[in-house]
Design a protein around this ligand. Structure first.
Ligand code: GAF
Length: 387
């Protein structure tokens, strides 16, 4: 049975056994992997992610009594409910429900009207691995209310609403990339997203390449505090240059004034400025199937995250170097996501996938004491209801 079918069965079964009747709708939203363009989204820059076939799934039915009941399949069918006519408040004891409460509260504040729902939710996006399990959850809930109540809300607004919930209700200061690709992803394509205008351009994935995600299983420590520090450093650099965001600084302008900057702020800014240029170029290389150039850009991106933005860890660097040795200039590999642990993304000729897996199985645990997990992915469509 496919992993998607397993999820569908899981949410349907939990819905009927816990809530006592059959769900009327099935809705999904995917996680994502970012091919290039890291920590550029909150600098109004460019990112190039694709949605993946690891997803959050919901079975749902509408209610008319202003109650939202939610069963979490992944937390032993733990069931929570809240009342839409009362204040929707943060739950200190149960973290998962806060993503749902946050999305619902933000939808209401935006003026969308609905009268309650029964929901069973599950997902197979690995949690805490940098593949956007939270964004998938936020987007699937927005999509659920859109579907149940025929809300006139665009995919872009579902994403913005999810980001708002994460920023204001959950308390994590993320950018827009993860929610936007989860809401708007396209089958067999990555999306070049301009994080200022939110315009997207679909970039077809080369048919003869596999997207292989490698989870280092290195627990991501200090992510929130380091993430916020990086944001502040980028904002400081933008202030010094007198611009709204680092998106507005060219590498020539940066080089002309680099001496005026504190050394660390200069490194952070250089990463963002060069990463924006790399991401736009990568979209062209990928669309032309130029894997040699794509591989070079991904290698530069990784070096920049390691040396200038300082968000990689030795375990991740080891995997990237090891995979690079196998694939040479036939593909690309870099850390993906917020950093400090988590996953590596590689674009690999299918014939080399087994060799990549074998070399990592031989070397990674011996070097680090950790075992990697490998996901071979397909670029999938964004959130939607199943027919
Ligand atoms: C996390 C954030 F949620 C994104 O908005 C983005 O900043 C990413 O880290 C780094 O590119 O996934």
């Amino acid at each position: 049975m496919s992993k998607t079918q397993l999820l569908i069965d899981a949410v349907n079964t939990s819905f009927s056994s816990v809530l006592g009747y059959e769900a009327t709708h099935l809705i999904q939203a995917p996680g994502r992997v970012n091919l290039i363009g890291e920590h550029t989204d909150y600098n109004d820059g460019f990112v190039l992610p694709c949605a993946i076939d690891y997803q959050a799934f919901v079975a749902a039915a509408r209610r008319d009594d202003n109650i939202v009941r939610v069963v979490s399949v992944d937390y032993d069918n733990q069931t929570k409910e809240f009342d839409l006519t009362a204040d929707i408040t943060f739950d200190e004891e149960c973290m998962w429900i806060n993503y749902i409460k946050g999305v619902v509260k933000c939808l209401r504040e935006r003026g969308y009207e609905f009268t309650g729902a029964d929901i069973a939710v599950s997902g197979n996006v690995p949690q805490g691995a940098g593949l956007s399990s939270s964004a998938a959850l936020e987007v699937v809930i927005g999509q659920t209310f859109k579907t149940l109540f025929a809300l006139e809300i665009s995919q872009q607004e579902i994403a913005l609403n999810g980001q708002q919930a994460e920023n204001e209700f959950v308390g994590c200061n993320c950018g827009i990339m993860d929610q936007l690709i989860s809401a708007e992803g396209q089958q067999n394509h990555a999306l070049l997203i301009d994080c200022r205008s939110l315009e997207t351009k679909a970039v077809s994935m080369p048919e003869d390449m596999a997207v292989v995600i490698i989870n280092s299983n290195k627990k991501r420590g200090l992510v929130d505090s380091e993430y916020n520090t990086r944001r502040e450093q980028c904002e400081e650099a933008a202030r010094i240059f007198g611009v709204k965001a680092l998106r507005d600084v060219t590498i020539e302008q940066f080089n002309a004034r680099v001496e005026e900057l504190d050394e660390m702020v200069a490194k952070r800014a250089r990463h963002v400025i060069t990463e924006n240029d790399r991401t736009e170029e990568a979209a062209i290389a990928l669309s032309q199937g130029d894997m040699k150039r794509m591989g070079e850009l991904m290698a530069q991106s990784h070096a920049s995250m390691r040396d200038d933005f300082e968000i990689t860890v030795p375990e991740i660097d080891f995997i990237v170097d090891t995979v690079k040795e196998v694939i040479g200039d036939q593909g690309g590999v870099r850390m993906t996501g917020g950093g400090f642990g988590g996953c590596i993304v590689s674009i690999v000729p299918p014939a080399l996938v087994d060799e990549v897996a074998a070399v990592l199985a031989e070397k990674y645990e011996a070097k680090t004491g950790l075992k990697e997990t490998i996901y071979v992915c397909k670029a999938k469509a964004g959130a939607g209801a199943l027919a």
